[in-house]
Write a protein that binds this ligand. Structure first.
Ligand code: PMV
Length: 360
């Protein structure tokens, strides 16, 4: 498929007004996306677990303008309050997607959005936020067309969400979503995420993710800058090749439920992501001392308990602690006793793998 396939046929009707609402989750990458080309094309393929508890709920009320104008027109409320400072980001998003949703300038929108997780918790809200908004606009488009298959709907939502924030394209479906063309996965695309098409063992379909909020402060370096620094990075080629290799290796790991190799790939990916930050120029470190203390505690506990608890990291200091359902009675008490003391104000979020966005 190409970008052109997402330009719609002429609409049959444009409704005067209405409201659409969606809840869309965050996701946590197992093989990380880090580095991109123009138009949010990933430099390497990635795969993620879709989450269940960390979600953004968005409603869009739309009303036809008396006259189509050359500006996008919308009001934005975040957690009940008007948020002028979020508007430029939405405006940029609307500009990028207008060619694929040519009705956008015909309407005035009232966008109301809220997150299930605490604001400024260091949990990236762009994946859940951008995917929820893309879903609302696609739901509108659906009512303007005679037919729209579910498959095309999901692909186009993911395609649009990607233009808002790369990783947002992996939040529409679940439990595992893959994004980025790679020879080992049939149907993989740089343009949108796909529900992971190969076999997944039950043990890996039922994982917990306890998110430890180590540092809730503003990140010193944004993901946008981090992606940019992969251009001309001394290890870029090796890193991109490694991501392809890891996706290929994950295939048998996921189908056989080989947890030891799973842990090895997932932890290596997390540390490689941060190694890329530390070896770029300018270099930077997003982990905090408590991030490392938690990692060491997990390694010690895993050895003595013979469980399959492991960690992964986002572009920040927080730690995602992953473990299978059938080990939760051993792992969760350990998290509470040994790891939560390293969290800022003792804050953590109990999440688990989810099945994707829901219409409200
Ligand atoms: O979607 P962005 O541009 O914020 O990039 C996110 C990148 C990571 O979260 C670090 C990795 C990933 O694959 O989600």
């Amino acid at each position: 498929m190409s970008e052109k396939d997402f330009i719609p046929v002429p609409y049959t009707t444009l409704k005067e007004e209405g409201t659409v609402s969606y809840s869309s989750p965050s996701n946590i990458a197992l093989v990380k996306y880090w580095g991109k080309r123009d138009n949010q094309i990933p430099a390497n393929p990635s795969i993620s677990f879709t989450l269940a508890a960390c979600v953004t709920k968005t409603s869009v009320n739309y009303k036809k303008k008396d006259q189509k104008s050359d500006e996008f027109s919308f009001d934005l409320f975040f957690e009940g309050e008007a948020k002028e400072e979020f508007k430029p980001k939405i405006n940029t998003f609307l500009k990028r997607i207008e060619v694929y949703l040519p009705f956008l300038k015909e309407y005035h929108f009232v966008i109301k959005t809220s997150n299930s997780f605490p604001h400024s918790s260091g949990i990236a809200s762009s994946a859940s936020g951008m995917s929820a908004l893309a879903l609302c606009f696609m739901e509108m488009e659906k009512t303007f067309l005679d037919t729209l298959s579910n498959e095309h709907f999901n692909r186009k939502v993911s395609f649009l969400a990607r233009l808002g924030s790369g990783s947002a394209c992996r939040s529409i479906e679940g439990p595992l979503v893959q994004w980025g063309e790679t020879p080992s996965i049939e149907g993989s695309s740089n343009l949108f995420g796909i529900k992971y098409p190969d076999k997944v063992h039950d043990v890996l379909n039922n994982f917990h993710d306890t998110i430890l909020l180590v540092d809730k402060g503003e990140k010193q370096v944004s993901s946008t800058v981090g992606h940019e620094l992969m251009h001309g990075h001394p290890f870029a080629k090796q890193r991109f090749d490694q991501a392809h290799d890891n996706l290929q290796k994950l295939k048998s790991v996921l189908s056989e439920g080989d947890l030891d190799t799973f842990i090895n790939i997932v932890e290596s990916e997390a540390l490689t992501l941060h190694a890329m930050m530390m070896t770029s120029n300018p270099y930077f470190i997003l982990m905090k001392p408590n991030t490392l203390s938690i990692i060491n505690e997990i390694w010690k506990f895993r050895q003595v308990s013979k469980t399959h608890v492991c960690f992964t990291l986002d572009a920040g200091a927080n730690v995602h602690v992953l473990y299978p359902e059938n080990e939760k009675d051993i792992v969760f008490p350990f998290i509470k006793e040994k790891l939560v003391p390293y969290c800022q104000n003792g804050q953590y979020i109990c999440d688990r793998i989810g099945l994707g966005a829901k219409k409200l």
